[in-house]
Design a protein around this ligand. Structure first.
Ligand code: FA5
Length: 343
């Protein structure tokens, strides 16, 4: 590199550098310019390498000049970078602004399960009539599920075919009637309570589930009769199914009630076109059950009933197969959106 002409050469590189920086319209072009001038093989670095071919006298001055050009270019480069970053930010602020006129995204609102809707309606009605609402255990022992309810030792419900027995000797309650015993052990009459909850049986077909819900009802007082039972069931059905619903008690047998009855409901979805549907069991509390709870059957009488909640849901919402209730098909469940908890 001849020293004569070095100044011209530096002036030329300076002009080219300034032009390259001015021409860089974005950060990528700026980086290309940096590499072209300051990179290891860049124009300014090449000048520094050429110092070796100068005489020792010439070298300091030429070196100082080249360094000045280097620093000047670097400072200009940073100034341009700041400008481009500002432009880039302004561009993004313009392009990426939030359009507040766009419609919002709806959050998906869940719905109560039809079983919960029925239980809520029943609980609301009975609490208005002064009943207590009692929750009881689903894992139970033989005494509360059978023995205290006056089941004889050889009753078929105690068979492995009908009830889920656990290895521990406990069982999954096969009805909510266990709640009657626990409640009467802890409350003295007069008393009135409902016990909604899950129950389990070895059953599965279009009208039977292995897990389903019942609502137990129990009232013990002085002079309680079948007439009180009939009125209570009638009121419940009319509240749930409308004024055309009616109740028929059909003679039946349960070990824990005497007399016992099947509860049929008259359901009339279209005027003049109705049918009787079996919804549960009921009867007057058996004296042995009262005695097991240390309640004197000479002084107190009571009625009890147990209703199948899924059966009520099928009738009320027109569900043709009971198993649809627990398939968790979102299209099925969405149909119950917006139905209120309480009538
Ligand atoms: C009972 O479970 C008695 N504990 C009811 C009772 C209580 C009688 C108090 C007297 C006094 P039952 O087994 O009939 O009775 O069942 C009552 C109702 O539960 C049936 O009418 C039906 O609506 C419903 N149910 C019974 N089995 C199933 C099942 N596998 N799936 C769905 N619902 C069922």
């Amino acid at each position: 590199m001849p020293t004569a002409g070095l100044e011209d050469h530096l002036a030329e590189i300076r002009r080219e550098g300034e032009a390259a920086l001015a021409a860089a319209v974005d950060l990528r072009a700026l980086e290309e310019a940096r590499v072209r001038f300051l990179g290891r093989k860049g124009r300014i670095k090449e000048l520094l390498k050429g110092l070796g071919s100068l005489t020792p006298e010439e070298r300091p001055k030429a070196g100082a000049e080249i360094n000045r050009l280097h620093d000047e270019f670097e400072a200009n480069l940073e100034k341009r970078r700041a400008e481009l970053e500002q432009l880039e930010l302004a561009r993004r602020l313009c392009e990426e602004r939030v359009d507040i006129t766009l419609p919002g995204r709806d959050s998906d609102v869940g719905s109560l399960h039809p079983t919960s809707l029925i239980i809520d309606e029943i609980a609301s009605l009975f609490s208005r009539m002064g009943y207590d609402i009692h929750d009881d255990r689903e894992i139970e022992n033989d005494y509360y599920n059978f023995e205290a309810l006056n089941f004889p030792a050889d009753h078929p419900a105690r068979d492995m075919q009908d009830t889920f027995f656990l290895e521990s000797g406990l069982l999954l309650r096969s009805h909510t009637s266990n709640g009657q015993i626990h409640y009467m052990e802890n409350h003295k009459p007069p008393l009135a309570v409902i016990v909604p909850g899950r129950v389990y049986r070895r059953d599965s077909d279009p009208t039977h589930l292995p897990m389903f819900h019942q609502v137990e009802g129990l009232m013990v007082g002085k002079g309680i009769s079948m007439a009180n039972l009939k009125w209570t069931l009638d009121t419940m059905m009319k509240t749930l199914f409308g004024p055309t619903a009616a109740v028929r008690l059909r003679p039946s047998f349960f070990p824990f009630t005497e007399p016992s009855a099947e509860v049929d409901m008259w359901f009339e979805p279209t005027p003049g076109k109705g049918r009787w549907l079996e919804m549960g069991g009921a009867g007057m509390v058996h004296p042995n059950v009262l005695l097991a709870c240390r309640i004197d059957p000479e002084e107190w009488t009571g009625f009890a009933f147990g209703m199948g909640v899924e059966r009520m849901a099928m009738v009320k919402y027109g569900v043709p197969d009971i198993r649809m209730l627990y398939e968790n098909d979102i299209r099925f469940l969405r149909q119950f959106r917006g139905l209120s908890r309480i009538p």
